[in-house]
Structure formats: structure tokens, C-alpha cells
Design a binder for this molecule. Structure first.
Ligand code: C5P
Length: 468
């Protein structure tokens, strides 16, 4: 391992590190190694994969915001999920909003005001009694000069403070002083979430008109702990914020229909034909469209994913149900068919459980399912302006996808290689070739969220072009 140098840390950090190192009888460099190793073990490798250190954050300049941009005040509470709030700043900005941050004292143990301020493009606020910030804006103006307040992560302590109206720091003062809508993204240990006091505080806040997104279920930072308490993903929080603000984004005024997930085709009351689709890509596209201001309807097969907040979700099981739901959801400006629809269904679904028989195994007679994408792409009335399909292939990806574009009559196909070694099916990243009637564009391997954002940017550009 290359040696570490702590010389470049600022004096405050160095002093803290020196104290810790002395307490543990280690050198300062060893202390840094131990902290890094423990943080990665406690929070999972994703901390190191996703966390953007301030130096990188400073390099990415905040995107320009329109003079009439909606304003979001993001209050970052003190929990391990705070690292996700840096990503959240970007997601909120993606919908065209101007973001301003407040960090509680506890939050500053996890992320720095410098990182939050660099991403937001404006200094982050931390102290109620800081003469400079009171001179600059003051807590009352912070509370009023915004269209929405988002608290993420909303810790058990912040919920308790809000429910009781306590004002012992800047976050508490602003939350009490604001008359703007408030969105909470709770994050805490499952036992703390389930605790009667937390649920009592939450019920009070909901009754007061506060909106809540999440928490999700999953592994906790504490080893061996799992359950309800993970903060909602930044894209889910951004979609909920967009829905509350009805953000003016590049897809404002457009209706977008998305299919996602697998379908389940019943064989008998206990068995069905299914596939390995996770629904991650389709759900991410629905969330990205909502964050861009679109009115989104998501028609989802049985996927084990939380519903993206702020989006109308229609849950279906079979291909026939999916087609019926799609037809009911039309007209739409854009339709994205990301669902992995089963090609076949059982001709006669048994009413009773099929019994094991001696001798010959029982044959199942199959009939073809309707092709939802082709049906919509060939509509005479109510054909969306942009019909987009997916082609999951294992060989000759681009050639097969081109043939599919023509056969299905859609405008674009997003082709991807789903050979098992790619890990795309069920995984978090995707490699896409965007195929149109006249071009093939190969995108780099990226997260499914980034694929969704890139696609929505292209959709918005195409709709703008059409209007011109
Ligand atoms: O024919 P194939 O299943 O490869 O086509 C994939 C594309 O067609 C996807 O966009 C999928 O959502 C759509 N599809 C559909 N209805 C079907 C089969 C596929 O909408 N029955």
C-alpha cells in the first residue's frame, strides 16, 4: 500500500485525527487507514464506489440554473446516508432546481459543508448563531426563500425535534419558521424506525402536512442489521420533490408511459412462467422522466422494487393485463417499453394445482402473447409521438436490434447484451446501443439511472425538435 500523508489536511481535521490516533496508540496515518477500512466495512463497498470526495465535487460545476428556477432547501441530517445527499443535490439540480444546503452539526461528521456547497454552487449553511450567515441571509430568509424544504437524511432526532417544534440549531429554526412544503426522507436503524416514539412523531408530522418518501428496506450500515430504515434512493427523493414542485423541466407538459419488470403467466394457482427482469431500468426511466417534469404513468409487472414516488403506478401480472393497462393509459406523448414481457402464456390455466403424474411428464400447450410494443407502434389513433422499445439480445446485438426496429414499427430501440457474463439482467449497470432508423449510437457502460437520464435527455431533445 502506498504511504499516506496527512500533511495536507486542514488544521481542525488534523487536530481531531491527532486526538483519535493518540487515544488508540496509533500513528495518524494508521488511524486514517483504520477509519477508511471500518467505514467501507460498515457502510458497504458502495460508499467507496459512489462517494464523491470534495476535490472531485469541486471540479463538477453546478449546472446553470434559470432565473425562474424552483428553489429547494436541502437539510442534511447526521446519518451514514448523508453521503447519498451529495448525489441528491445533483439529482435535484437535474430537474432544473436551485439547491441550497443546511448541514446539521451531526451531518458534518459524515459530509463536509465544502462538498455540499461546491455541488450546490453556493455556500452551505451550518450555524444559527453565525454572524456571517445571519448577515448574508438570516434563518428566516432561508426558511422563506425557497419553494420546498427537503430533509435527507431525516434522522430520528430530526423527526423528534420537528414534531416537538424544537429550535436549538439552524435546521430546527428553519423547519419551524418555514411555511413551504416539507419532504422528509427518513433514514435510521430499523429498531429506531419501529420505535413507538418515532412512529408517534411521524404520525404527528404527517398530520401537520409533511410529506414522506421511504424509508426502504435493506441492509443497514451496522453489520448484520437489516430491515426498514434505509434512506430512499436519491432518484426517488428527487422524483418526490419534482412531484411536489411540479417542476418545470425539459419534459413539462409531456405525458410519458413506461412499462417495466417481468410478466408472470399463470400455469395453475401456484405456478407461473416468469423471467429474470428486475424492473430496475424501467423504473429508473419512469423516475428520470418525472424528475424532468413529465406526467408519468408506470405500468409495472411483478418487480421487487419500491414504487417510484410521485408517479402513478399501475401494477399488473400478465402480458394481457399489461396491454389493457397500456391502452387505458393512452394517449401519451412518449411510450417506453422496458418490460420483459413473456412471449408465451399457457393456453388453459388449470383451476386446481396440477398433480405430479406417473409416466409421461405433462405437456403445457402455449399460445403467443400480444406484442404490446408492436401494437402501440402500429396504432392509427393515439400513437405516441415517440415509441421506444428495448432489445435484450445475447448475440449479434446491433443487427438483431435493427431488424426488431423495423419489425415492431417503433422509433428507437435500446439494445443491450444480456449474456449472463455481462451481469446486466438484474444488475445495476447497462451498456446501451441506441438504434434509430438512420443511426446507431453506442453509449458507455453506466448505471441504469444514468442510462435513464441520458435517454430522457434524448427524448426531450427529440420532442423539442419535433415542435420546431
Ligand atoms: O421481441 P422482444 O421480446 O425481443 O422485444 C422486446 C421489446 O418488445 C421490449 O421493448 C418489450 O418491452 C417489448 N415487448 C412487448 N410485448 C411483448 C414482447 C415484447 O411490448 N409481448
Amino acid at each position: 500500500m502506498a504511504s499516506l500523508t496527512v500533511r495536507q489536511l486542514d488544521d481542525k481535521l488534523k487536530a481531531l485525527l491527532r486526538l483519535r490516533a493518540a487515544r488508540h496508540g496509533r500513528s495518524m496515518e494508521d488511524e486514517v487507514r483504520v477509519i477508511l477500512k471500518a467505514a467501507a466495512e460498515a457502510a458497504g463497498r458502495e460508499v467507496l464506489e459512489k462517494f464523491e470526495p470534495p476535490a472531485m465535487a469541486v471540479r463538477r460545476r453546478a449546472p446553470p440554473v434559470a432565473a425562474d428556477a424552483r428553489r429547494i432547501l436541502l437539510i442534511i441530517g447526521g446519518g451514514i446516508a448523508a453521503y447519498k445527499s451529495l448525489d441528491l443535490i445533483r439529482r435535484l439540480q437535474d430537474s432544473g432546481a436551485r439547491v441550497r444546503c443546511i448541514l446539521t452539526a451531526a451531518a458534518q461528521h459524515f459530509v463536509t459543508p465544502l462538498a455540499a456547497g461546491a455541488l450546490a454552487g453556493e455556500r452551505a449553511f451550518t450555524d444559527l448563531f453565525d454572524a456571517q450567515s445571519e448577515f448574508d441571509v438570516g434563518h428566516i430568509r432561508l426558511a422563506r426563500d425557497t419553494d420546498l424544504v427537503v430533509v435527507a437524511p431525516a434522522t430520528a432526532d430530526l423527526l423528534a425535534k420537528m414534531a416537538g417544534g424544537h429550535v436549538d440549531d439552524l435546521a430546527g429554526a428553519v423547519l419551524l419558521a418555514t411555511d413551504r412544503p416539507i419532504l422528509l426522507a427518513p433514514a435510521m436503524n430499523p429498531r429506531m424506525w419501529a420505535a413507538k416514539a418515532t412512529q408517534r412523531n411521524l404520525a404527528q408530522l404527517v398530520a401537520d402536512g409533511v410529506r414522506v418518501v421511504g424509508p426502504n428496506s435493506g441492509e443497514m450500515a451496522e453489520r448484520g442489521e437489516a430491515g426498514l430504515g434505509r434512506m430512499a434512493e436519491p432518484r426517488e427523493i428527487a422524483a418526490a420533490a419534482a412531484a411536489m414542485l411540479r417542476v418545470a423541466g425539459p419534459l413539462s407538459g409531456a405525458r410519458v408511459l413506461v412499462t417495466s419488470g417481468p410478466t408472470h403467466e399463470p400455469i395453475d394457482p401456484v405456478r407461473f412462467i416468469a423471467n429474470r427482469s428486475s424492473g430496475k431500468q424501467g423504473h429508473a426511466i419512469a423516475a428520470a422522466a418525472a424528475a424532468a417534469g413529465a406526467d408519468v404513468v408506470l405500468i409495472a409487472g411483478p418487480a421487487d422494487l419500491p414504487e417510484p414516488p410521485g408517479i402513478a403506478v399501475v401494477k399488473v401480472e400478465t402480458a394481457n393485463e399489461m396491454l389493457a393497462a397500456v391502452e387505458r393509459a393512452l394517449p401519451a406523448d412518449v411510450a417506453v417499453f422496458a418490460a420483459a414481457v413473456a412471449d408465451w402464456r399457457v393456453e388453459r390455466v388449470s383451476r386446481g394445482k396440477i398433480k405430479k403424474q406417473h409416466g409421461e411428464p405433462r405437456a403445457l400447450a402455449l399460445v403467443e402473447n400480444p406484442d404490446i410494443l408492436a401494437t402501440v407502434a402500429h396504432l392509427k389513433n393515439h400513437r405516441p409521438r415517440l415509441v421506444i422499445g428495448f432489445a435484450a439480445e445475447t448475440d449479434d446485438v446491433v443487427a438483431n436490434a435493427r431488424a426488431k426496429l423495423a419489425k415492431k414499427g417503433c422509433d428507437w430501440i435500446l439494445a443491450n447484451d444480456v449474456s449472463p457474463e455481462t451481469g446486466i439482467m438484474g444488475g445495476d449497470s447497462n451498456t446501451i446501443h441506441l438504434i434509430t432508423a438512420t443511426s446507431v449510437e453506442s453509449w458507455p457502460r453506466q448505471s441504469k439511472d444514468d442510462v435513464a437520464r441520458q435517454l430522457i435527455e434524448r427524448v426531450a431533445a427529440a420532442l423539442r425538435g419535433e415542435k420546431r
